[in-house]
Write a protein that binds this ligand. Structure first.
Ligand code: SF4
Length: 328
C-alpha cells in the first residue's frame, strides 16, 4: 500500500508532545524512566522524524538527551537566570532586540518545531515580546528610522514556522528598506523538520533581492539524515548562504570525535561552521554545561584534526556586551 506523504504542517501536528509516548516508541526501559520529569513548565515538543533518528532503548542517545525533560531541570543552580543573555534589557520595540551595532533581531514567533531543553530562551516571555502581525508596522518603522542597521536577523522561536505568506510578507517589507543589506534567518527547522523546506518556499526565498543567510542549528552528526541533505540542496539552489551554530552540550557533543564528525558532515551538506556556543545559563539547563576550560581544550583538539575552514568559533554571549565574546 502506498504511504500518504504528510505536509510539513501535518508532520508538525503529528509530532510528540508526551514523554511517555516517546519512551514507549523507543522502548526505553522503566528503570531509565526514573530520571524523567513529566510535568515541566517548558513543554515537550519534537517532530516524529527527529525521534526516528534516535537509537532504540538508549536513554543516552545524543538526540534524545536534547529533548528529554529530566528532574535536574528543577534544581536551583547559582548563576543560572531567566534571561541569561540580557534579551529583555535590549528590547527596543515590541519584537525587536537591538543589542549589537548594525544588526537587529526580530522575535517573529514564540514557537519552535522542537523544544530543546537547553534553550537559552526557554523562559522568555514571548507573549509580551513577540512580533504580532499588528505590530509589524512599528517594527518596520524602527528599522527604517535607524539607517545604521544593515542586517536584520529573523529569530524566535523559529521563523520558519510562519506560513510562507507571513514570512515573505515581512521579508518583502525589509527588502524595500534601502539601508538593509542582508537578511538572516536563524532556524533549526531544516534540521528537525526538513519537509518545511518546500519548493514554494525556496522559490520565494530565491526571489529576494538582498543577501540571504540561513543559520541552521545542528549539534550532532546523527541529526543529519538524507532528508536534511535534500533540504540543504534546495536552499543552496535558491542561492542562500548556509551556516551552522551548535551549542556545546555535556554528554551530547563534548568530545573532539563528535565535533569533528559533525563539522565534516555539515560540509557535505554544504553548510559551513559559524559558532560553537558555550551554554547560556538559563534556569533549568545546568546539567548541559561544559566548562569554558573544557571547551578550549576541545577546540585545541579539533584544530589539529580539521582544516581551518571547518572549525567553528567557540563563543560566549554576555549580557550587555557589544558583541559575542570569542573564546577560541
Ligand atoms: S529551536 Fe532554538 S529557539 Fe527553539 S527551543 Fe531549540 S534552541 Fe530554543
Amino acid at each position: 500500500m502506498l504511504q500518504k506523504t504528510l505536509t510539513w504542517q501535518q508532520e508538525l501536528a503529528d509530532g510528540f508532545n508526551n514523554i511517555n509516548e516517546i519512551c514507549e516508541y523507543l522502548n526505553i526501559t522503566q528503570s531509565s524512566k526514573k530520571l524523567i520529569v513529566e510535568n515541566s513548565n517548558f513543554p515537550l515538543r519534537v517532530p516524529r522524524g527527529f525521534v526516528d533518528r534516535m537509537e532504540s532503548n538508549n536513554i543516552n542517545d545524543p538526540l534524545l538527551k536534547q529533548i528529554l525533560p529530566i528532574k535536574s531541570e528543577n534544581l536551583d543552580t547559582p548563576g543560572f537566570t531567566f534571561d541569561p543573555v540580557g534579551d529583555i534589557e535590549s528590547i527596543a520595540e515590541t519584537g525587536i532586540i537591538h543589542k549589537y551595532h548594525g544588526r537587529v533581531l526580530i522575535i517573529t514567533t514564540g514557537s519552535c518545531a522542537i523544544n530543546c531543553r537547553y534553550c537559552f530562551r526557554r523562559n522568555f516571555p514571548y507573549d509580551d515580546y513577540q512580533l504580532s502581525t499588528k505590530k509589524h508596522l512599528r517594527a518596520i518603522n524602527y528599522i527604517e528610522s535607524h539607517e545604521d542597521i544593515s542586517e536584520v536577523i529573523l529569530s524566535g522561536g523559529d521563523p520558519l514556522l510562519l506560513s510562507d505568506q507571513k514570512l515573505m510578507g515581512f521579508i518583502r517589507k525589509l527588502e524595500s528598506i534601502p539601508h538593509i543589506k542582508r537578511i538572516r534567518i536563524h532556524s533549526r527547522i531544516p534540521i528537525v523538520l526538513p519537509s518545511r523546506i518546500t519548493a514554494e518556499l525556496c522559490d520565494a526565498l530565491s526571489s529576494i533581492k538582498k543577501d540571504l543567510i540561513l543559520v541552521v542549528h545542528s549539534n550532532h552528526a546523527n541529526e543529519l539524515n538524507h532528508q536534511v541533505k535534500l533540504a540543504c540542496e534546495h536552499l543552496k539552489n535558491a542561492n542562500i548562504t548556509l551556516l551552522n551554530q551548535s551549542v556545546l552540550l555535556k554528554d551530547i557533543n563534548d568530545s573532539a570525535d563528535q565535533l569533528c564528525a559533525l563539522h565534516e558532515k555539515l560540509f557535505t551538506f554544504q553548510i559551513m561552521p559559524y559558532y560553537l556556543h558555550l551554554l547560556d545559563k538559563a534556569v533549568g539547563t545546568a546539567h548541559f554545561e561544559v566548562s569554558q576550560a573544557d571547551g578550549i581544550d576541545l577546540m585545541n583538539q579539533i584544530k589539529t584534526v580539521l582544516p581551518g575552514y571547518l572549525v567553528p568559533k567557540l563563543v560566549r554571549e554576555q549580557a550587555g556586551a557589544a558583541n559575542k565574546i570569542i573564546i577560541a
